[in-house]
Design a protein around this ligand. Structure first.
Ligand SMILES: [Zn+2]
Ligand SMILES: [Zn+2]
Length: 264
């Protein structure tokens, strides 16, 4: 069976979008310990100051800022990883320099923070199908970067799925891109990165058919998977417990499908 007792993407109060004083690294670790997890990570939002071109929002969230979590609290039962969620803006612009990957146990890379127009995406995109097509293109670009892929987890690799199955525009775009998607998943699998299961998505019944279909294609392409809550406050830490098993069952994951970053 696929073990869902882990959470490799969560935010402490150091992330500007959390800013919740209760969301400490100790709270993240305590939850993991109480729930029998074997692996947990804190991955605050990050833009490395050595990479030019931070947005105003990212600028204060540099390595010095998120390193205030260090040293992480320890536990005998759970391994606690120091990570970050950086940003990919297209055009090979990644918010973490290759040299500084060494500072982290795990690096979460999102390709689809498409709520940041003019920074992450062109402002004129609006439909789910357009966003999905851009996400596939971003995977292709990203896969050409020379980075330590074995510690990279791709964040929410499937956010852009419709709320229901009957979206003719998405259906059309999806079938046009299906082969390209399979090829890029194969390449990413070979590079050794992990595909994230952002468990909250599996709470939404309407999204399930598309999510399941897309994740099954990833699995068929050889990808490995990890679960996360992407919690920004303590109240969301239980998302993996709530929906992780459902996700694993829908996709048909087995023990061999689990991804962990290199060294863990
Ligand atoms: Zn994200
Ligand atoms: Zn996040």
């Amino acid at each position: 069976m696929f073990n869902t007792n882990h959470d490799l993407h969560s935010h402490s109060f150091l992330s500007s979008c959390s800013n919740n004083p209760l969301m400490t690294t100790q709270a993240i670790l305590d939850y993991a310990e109480q729930n029998g997890y074997d692996l947990v990570a804190v991955t605050d939002h990050l833009w490395d100051a050595s990479v030019p071109g931070a947005s105003g929002w990212y600028q204060p969230q540099d390595i010095a800022h998120i390193s205030r979590s260090l040293p992480l609290p320890k536990s005998d039962k759970v391994k606690f990883l120091f990570g970050c969620e950086t940003e990919y803006c297209g055009g090979e612009k990644l918010g973490l320099s290759k040299e500084n990957f060494d500072l982290f146990d795990i690096v979460i890379i999102p390709t689809d923070h498409f709520w940041m127009p003019n920074f992450v995406n062109p402002p004129e995109l609006s439909t789910t199908a357009e966003f999905y097509a851009l996400q596939i293109e971003r995977f292709e670009e990203l896969s050409r970067l020379d980075i330590p892929w074995r510690k990279v987890g791709l964040a929410h690799p499937h956010i852009y799925v419709p709320d229901g199955v009957d979206d003719p525009e998405f259906e059309k775009v999806y079938s046009e891109l299906e082969d390209r998607a399979f090829e890029i998943y194969k390449k990413l699998a070979a590079l050794g990165c992990g595909m994230e299961i952002n468990c909250d998505l599996f709470a939404k019944d309407g999204k399930l058919p598309w999510l399941t279909k897309i994740f099954k294609v990833m699995k068929e392409a050889g990808c490995k998977f990890f679960c996360c809550s992407d919690a920004h406050g303590p109240e969301s830490l239980d998302l993996v417990k709530k929906y992780g098993p459902r996700a694993a069952e829908q996709i048909g994951l087995t023990a061999e499908d689990r991804w962990t970053p290199v060294g863990f």
